[in-house]
Design a protein around this ligand. Structure first.
Ligand code: ADP
Length: 432
């Protein structure tokens, strides 16, 4: 079965076409700069690259281009789009409604729309991707994989804020958490590497990319995470501030900042960029720090310190920790940063193997077909394992999509065979 995985954002749509259950990537690519004068398609297939510049107005047009490219005679990998058996979508916000991935029906679509209020930048393009597939591939099963779903197991003591309870009841103000597909994937990979079952691991998983979040995983389930009501909370990120005393915002409001400028300040001008004043990219900051730029060094030091604080707090939450896992663009590549964080974690039982840490880097971008490798970077006598595990959200989505649609197909054909009514209960609320 061929499964198409879609990650639709407001300015780009990423895609992967998988042959399942082998999880072989047949083609992948991205349409970028959607809505601009010229958009760009980058398409990778059979060790080849195809690029094209064209105007792509919106997500629907991007989906048209992707489907056309996948089935094109020159650069395509399928004879026709009817070969696509199912489509899996990354959906950022599932509110409190979804504890796992689900087959998309009208009720799920209504929920994705409803939660656009909580994720106004993300859920609308996710939904546009789903609706484009409904139009272009009518009848094809679609699955929604929510970034929030893995965190549905966080207990109330961890997800409630110290605000009046009515705000939770009336507006849903609580911790939701994000990057769940990634945290779930790396926690399960860590368990597999250790030769354990997926519910037999306690870990602190650190997803460090442009956005950063840290999760406490107890017996394979999320029990706390650093991102909160929105992806702004937690450790400082590339351009986001992370945890703040909320009174700072009232103070700035008194100084003349309005809501719009505070949003821009906290989301786009803070974090590594705001502290250093020069860059949100740890590669640049490392270079500059080496050359003596004190603000670049300060940004890195604050970033590492705050990550250490979260790891320490989650060790207390978990009682016993088997592994710390690094993933995301920074977690997978920034050797010096992992070293700085891990060498300050000796008191919780982390002993870093510096040579193994140095060796754990992703392949250069010029080799897009090469998969980054998983690595264990602790010494033999380290009480806590430390892993670098390249995240693979698309593989997790492909897998969920395959499992859900295959299961449904099997049940339906069995029922049809028995001449009974089709399934009445949707697969919502399905736990992983
Ligand atoms: P996103 O959250 O948008 O998916 P990524 O996970 O790709 O982002 O992370 C992007 C960040 O990863 C960059 O801003 C940069 O700080 C860091 N990064 C990427 N490549 C490297 C590298 N080779 N060395 C160190 N840091 C890197």
């Amino acid at each position: 079965m061929k499964v198409l995985v879609i990650n639709a954002g407001s300015s780009s749509v990423k895609y992967h076409l998988y042959q399942m259950p082998q999880a072989e990537v047949l083609a992948r690519g991205v349409v970028e700069r959607i809505g601009e004068e010229t958009s760009k398609l980058s398409h990778f297939f059979q060790s080849k690259t195809h690029t094209a510049q064209t105007k792509v107005e919106d997500v629907e047009k991007a989906m048209e281009l992707i489907l056309k490219t996948l089935a094109s005679r020159d650069v395509g990998v399928i004879q026709g789009i009817s070969e696509i058996g199912a489509v899996g979508h990354r959906v950022v916000h599932g509110g409190e409604e979804f504890t796992g991935s689900v087959i998309i029906d009208e009720k799920v679509i209504a929920s994705v729309k409803k939660f656009a209020d909580l994720a106004p930048l993300h859920n609308p393009p996710n939904l546009a991707g789903i609706q484009a597939v409904q139009r272009k591939l009518p009848g094809t099963k679609q699955v929604a994989c929510f970034d929030t779903a893995f965190h549905a197991t966080i207990p109330k003591i961890a997800y409630m804020y110290g605000l009046p309870y009515e705000l939770y009841e009336k507006y849903g103000v609580r911790r939701y958490g994000f990057h769940g597909i990634s945290h779930r994937y790396v926690a399960r990979r860590a368990a597999a590497i250790m030769g354990r079952g997926k519910y037999d691991i306690n870990a602190v998983t650190c997803h460090l990319g442009n956005g950063c979040s840290i999760t406490a995983v107890k017996q394979g389930r999320s029990v706390d995470t650093s991102m909160g009501f929105t992806p702004l909370e937690g450790v400082p990120m590339g351009t986001r501030c992370g945890d703040l005393d909320p009174a700072i915002l009232f103070y700035l409001a008194d100084k003349g900042y309005d809501v719009k400028s505070l949003k821009i300040l906290c989301n786009k001008k803070s974090g590594l960029l705001g502290i250093s004043g020069v860059s949100n990219d740890v590669r640049n900051l490392e270079e500059l720090a080496k050359k003596g730029n004190t603000r670049a060094k300060l940004a890195i030091d604050i970033f590492c310190y705050r990550i250490k604080k979260y790891i320490g707090a989650y060790c207390a939450v978990l009682d016993k920790v088997d592994a710390v896992v690094f993933t995301g663009g920074i977690g997978e590549n920034a050797v010096f940063l992992r070293q700085q964080i891990c060498t300050s974690l000796t008191q919780i039982g982390v002993q870093l193997n510096r040579a193994a840490n140095q060796a754990a880097i992703a392949p250069v971008p010029a080799q897009p077909q090469v998969q980054a490798k998983e690595a264990e970077i602790n010494t033999k006598d380290s009480r806590v394992k430390v892993f670098v595990i390249p995240t693979n959200e698309q593989a997790a989505i492909a897998n969920d999509t395959y499992e859900l649609t295959r299961e449904k197909q099997a049940i339906m054909s069995k029922q049809n065979h028995k001449h009974t009514a089709p399934l009445s209960k949707p697969a919502n609320k399905r736990a992983y």
